[in-house]
Design a protein around this ligand. Structure first.
Ligand code: CP
Length: 317
């Protein structure tokens, strides 16, 4: 079993940075926190007491921002935050570099969401404290992928051996791109289902081929019925340069309860949320619909990441 002392990472910028042993360490740390949270929640408040998290969200978020802030609070730390460019001095022309220099003086670790791909790497290069990428444009969202992985492990029992379908906006969906990269560390089969205009970019297809991953591409949603996990995503309106393209594609697919009940494998239904029209609310109370349970998993995984990046120790009970 991996131990926290084996975790060498400081920044979390890209899902590709992790080897399987790192992933085992993160999943095991999240599992230990889950256990501690049940048995001795008060002890968790000592883990990051006196530490400060800078929560920098320059693009909209509900889940990622609130779950990181909850994670820090539950570990006894404090949070400072800025939300949106309009309320930071970036709106007056300040560079991200100068902003990060300030953040370094105020805090022990920073979480950043930014609309520009690569911005978290630029932010981390400016400062010495750990930086966690909470989503950079259509680039990466590694902490979402880590909580997705934890969800699969918790709900299916294991990750190796699964056949997973990725459905929706495969072109712009950073959660899909990040989860794919984590899954390269496991024995899995992947199925990509999307309209042709939102198909997986060629660079990812090439990567899959080079890694010898078994995968298929389709426009047919019925492929879900032969999968253990269906990872459904919305069409990313904010990434389109032509709104007319979004209007043409926005209702390309919609998945409902009756359709999913035809699955031959009791398919686990995941969605990073937010959803729009692609997943009907009549799916919500199916036992295999995991997307609201993912909110609890997200706090545990982000507690694990804050603990590991800050080289803190979990209490022994
Ligand atoms: N899944 C996710 O990143 O959600 P938010 O955009 O609400 O943070």
């Amino acid at each position: 079993m991996a131990t926290s002392s084996a975790f060498i990472h400081t920044n979390i910028l890209d899902a590709e940075q992790f080897l399987r042993e790192d992933l085992s360490c993160i999943l095991e740390t999240a599992r230990q926190i889950q256990q501690l949270y049940t048995l001795a929640p008060d002890k968790l408040y000592q883990v990051l007491q006196g530490r400060v998290l800078a929560s920098l969200f320059f693009e909209s978020s509900t889940r990622t921002r609130l779950s990181f802030e909850t994670a820090m609070n539950r570990l006894g730390g404090r949070v400072i935050s800025t939300v949106g460019f309009q309320f930071s001095s970036i709106s007056k022309g300040e560079t991200l570099y100068d902003t990060m220099k300030m953040v370094e003086a105020y805090s022990d670790i920073a979480v950043i969401r930014h609309p520009v791909e690569g911005s978290s790497r630029i932010a981390s290069a400016a400062i010495q404290i750990p930086v966690i990428n909470a989503g950079d444009g259509s680039g990466q969202h590694p902490t979402q992928a880590l909580l997705d992985l934890y969800t699969i492990q918790q709900e299916r029992g294991q990750i190796d051996g699964i056949r997973i379908a990725f459905i929706g906006d495969l072109k712009f969906g950073r959660t899909i791109h990040s989860l794919m990269k984590l899954l390269y560390n496991y024995e899995v089969e992947m199925v990509f289902i999307s309209p042709v205009d939102l198909a997986l970019p060629e660079s990812y297809r090439k990567e899959l081929g080079q890694r010898g991953i078994t995968f298929a591409e389709s426009e047919d949603l019925k492929e879900i019925w032969d999968c253990d996990v269906a990872y459904i995503t919305r069409i990313q309106k904010e990434r389109f340069t032509e709104q007319s393209d979004y209007e043409r594609l926005k209702d390309s697919y919609s998945i409902n309860r009756a359709f999913l009940q035809a699955s031959r494998r009791n398919t686990l239904i995941m969605h990073p949320l937010p959803r729009v029209n692609e997943l009907s609310t009549d799916v919500d109370d199916l036992p295999n619909a995991a997307y609201f349970r993912m909110a609890s998993y997200s706090v545990l995984v982000r507690m694990a990441l804050l603990t590991l990046c800050l080289k803190a120790e979990l209490p022994v009970i």
